[in-house]
Design a protein around this ligand. Structure first.
Ligand code: TYM
Length: 330
């Protein structure tokens, strides 16, 4: 069975971007692949979060994974830092990762601009840690949103390079994967760009009906189209993109037609969108609350997941050590 790996950083609660960019694919893939979904707590250290927040956020994401429908009977669910083997592979991959290419990645440049007081080596080698997560299980498919494309390119490059340096055909080149047409970028409601925790424009799966409505009603719009069938400006297109994800085709077509005929009422569109987002989130929201309270269940899922993930990781690492020229650990 083909191996699938993906992770989400515990930097807050899951939002619609995480859901439609990644989790939706997790749910579909767990049915027919050997899936390993984890919580990337090491990756979250680049911004030096408070220890209490790491623990709380890890529990939150774990509960949200389960509430969204990821099934520990079908997929291996684990916390990255429970699998220390990843760090050894990270070290080996770092020996073949060059400063220039790491410095050139857009995410590094962006982050360096956003946190100039904390441009740490972990930030620079973020793509090698991500590659280690993936290659650790020799995964072939990685369900991620569009924003991870460059990191995925790096992971492929590191896999290829390892194979070339050691003259082996050991690591497969992992491909980004999404169910549907193409990689997804879920927009925010503030007019431009993607939905994100740090962008402060996210709708969370756990948001209440009132919170959702407030956020959607505040979304940026304009004074409406003046010519029939005109191209939608970005803030408007974003509302339609969200509608495509949560509303029925009929609803979408109704508002699309209204837009094309220049008689759209943005107030009505937003009300409908808020309602559809709420309908989508409500069952997950209820589950999150229940599961979050069940700490012993969460602990059990994480413990059993870690055991399975370590088993797979150890197998890869044994072979990697052999390829590199290290004897088995004495
Ligand atoms: P993170 O935590 O930033 O995001 C988790 C997942 O959610 C997707 N995503 C989005 N997709 C579409 N539209 C959006 N607005 C949006 N916002 C977030 C991301 O693409 C991602 O799939 N580097 C990763 C975590 C990671 C990882 C890995 C992923 C660490 N190691 C190995 C896959 C494999 C990250 O920062 O995700």
């Amino acid at each position: 069975m083909e191996i699938v790996v993906s992770g989400i950083r515990p930097t807050g609660k899951l939002h619609l971007g995480n859901y439609f960019g990644a989790v939706r694919s997790f749910l579909k893939m767990q049915e027919s692949y050997d899936c390993k979904f984890f919580i990337a707590d090491w990756h979250s250290l680049t911004t030096h979060p408070h220890p209490d927040n790491i623990i709380a956020n890890t529990h939150t994401i774990l509960a949200e994974y389960l509430a969204a429908g990821i099934d520990p009977e079908k997929a291996t669910i684990y916390v990255q830092s429970d699998v220390p083997e990843v760090l050894e592979l990270y070290l080996y991959l770092n020996m073949n990762a060059y400063l220039g290419e790491l410095e050139r990645t857009t995410t590094f440049k962006d982050k360096a601009r956003k946190q100039p007081e904390n441009v740490n080596a972990g930030l620079l080698t973020y793509p090698t840690l991500m590659a280690a997560d993936i290659l650790m299980h020799r995964a072939v498919k990685v369900p991620v949103g569009k924003d991870q494309e460059q990191n995925m390119e790096m992971a492929r490059k590191f896999a290829r390079r390892f194979n070339t340096i050691y003259g082996v055909d050991f690591f497969p080149e992992p491909a980004s994967f999404t169910f549907g047409k193409e990689a997804v970028k879920v927009p925010g409601l503030d007019g431009s760009g993607k939905m994100g925790k740090s962008e402060g424009n996210a709708i969370y799966l756990s948001d209440t009906e009132k919170e959702i409505k407030k956020k959607v009603m505040k979304a940026v719009t304009d004074s409406g189209p003046t010519e029939p069938n005109s191209v939608k400006p970005e803030p408007i297109q974003n509302l339609f993109t969200l509608m495509q994800m949560v509303s029925t085709e009929e609803t979408y077509n109704f508002f699309d037609e209204a837009y094309n005929n220049c008689n759209i009422r943005y107030g009505d569109l937003k009300k409908q969108l808020a309602q559809d987002i709420n309908n989508f989130c409500a069952p997950i929201r209820d589950q999150i609350e229940d599961i979050f309270k069940n700490k012993s269940y969460l602990e059990r899922v994480a413990r059993e997941g870690a055991e399975k993930a370590r088993e797979s990781a150890k197998k890869t690492l044994e072979e990697v050590r052999h390829i590199i020229g290290f004897p088995p650990i004495r």
